[in-house]
Write a protein that binds this ligand. Structure first.
Ligand code: GLU
Length: 287
């Protein structure tokens, strides 16, 4: 029987939008880079709908990102709209995967239950973008004996204090982050039964066999956290390529609140995909 080339040797990238608002110019630039890198390698691009935050997610934003990405000229090979062998591609339909990883981490002593009701437990569903990084966890529950079976608790990853997490970033070069200094014990599971962004992302990047993660530079510290999760789960992390952030005229990072710079608004104002791509320095058109 002829054996197929190992899937892991082929480039697999991903686009991971959250349907909590319209995509803006900053997303467009990062997603275009992801598209170009996959295309340059003749690889595949996976679209993953990061819809865990039930309070903020709206179905119309899913429809919108599918339309806006296509309008811009980006194509993907697997996704919630196309299906594929590594689905489902909506995170809300993947809870069993996250639960299994959580049980593994708990059984191997990487987690501790945390009863602190802190803002970072509430916000753990979302990727921490610039300005949203949580304060270092003060360790209140780290050594406490919380009767985990008795309480619905959140769970944090016990970061190895002082451990340096180093990786070579495809865009930013060598990176080094120290556990306990650049980031502390982080939330992996919330008391309401949902995984954190950090866990869901590491589980999915592995399960979807992603070989390179292209995303914004504000997620560099999250990469260090996710590398520790990959390690604790016994899986090899992907490569990383963090794109510089796009800022507005006042030097602020673009956010979903910059409605005027949403792809939708720019399109409604008569901008063409070519003009958008030129604005972030991409070639005038896909061939
Ligand atoms: N859904 C996350 C966001 O939109 C993506 C983070 C990532 O690419 O890992 O911020």
């Amino acid at each position: 029987m002829a054996s197929a080339a190992p899937e892991t040797s082929a480039y697999r990238g991903r686009l991971a939008p959250s349907p909590t608002g319209y995509l803006h110019l900053g997303h467009a630039r990062t997603f275009w880079t992801a598209f170009e890198r996959a295309r340059a390698c003749g690889g595949a691009l996976v679209l993953r709908n990061e819809d865990l935050d039930r309070d903020r997610v709206r179905p119309e934003f899913v429809t919108a990102f599918l339309q806006d990405l296509r309008w811009l000229g980006i194509h993907w090979q697997e996704g919630p709209d196309l299906g594929g062998p590594r689905g489902p591609y909506d995170q809300s339909a993947r809870l069993a995967h996250y639960r299994t990883a959580f049980e593994t981490l708990r059984a191997t002593g990487h987690l501790f239950p945390c009863t602190c009701s802190r803002r970072d437990i509430q916000s753990a569903l979302n990727a921490p973008h610039a300005g949203d990084e949580e304060p270092l966890y003060p360790g209140t529950c780290r050594e406490a004996s919380v009767p985990d079976a008795a309480l619905r608790t959140a769970w944090r990853f016990r970061v190895p204090a002082g451990r340096e997490v180093a990786f070579e970033d495809g865009a930013m070069g060598p990176q080094r982050y120290r556990a306990g200094a650049h980031f502390g014990d982080f939330v992996v599971w919330r008391q309401d039964g949902l995984p954190s962004y950090q866990l869901a992302c590491a589980v999915d990047d592995h399960a979807m066999q992603i070989t390179e993660v292209v995303r914004g530079a504000d997620l560099l510290v999250s990469t260090a956290r996710q590398i520790l999760l990959h390690e604790a789960l016994g899986q090899a992390p992907p490569r990383y390529h963090h794109c510089p952030l796009m800022t507005d005229a006042a030097g602020q990072r673009l956010a979903k609140r910059h409605d005027a710079l949403s792809l939708r608004a720019l399109r409604n104002a008569g901008r063409t995909p070519e003009q958008i791509r030129q604005r972030f320095g991409a070639p005038a058109g896909p061939e």
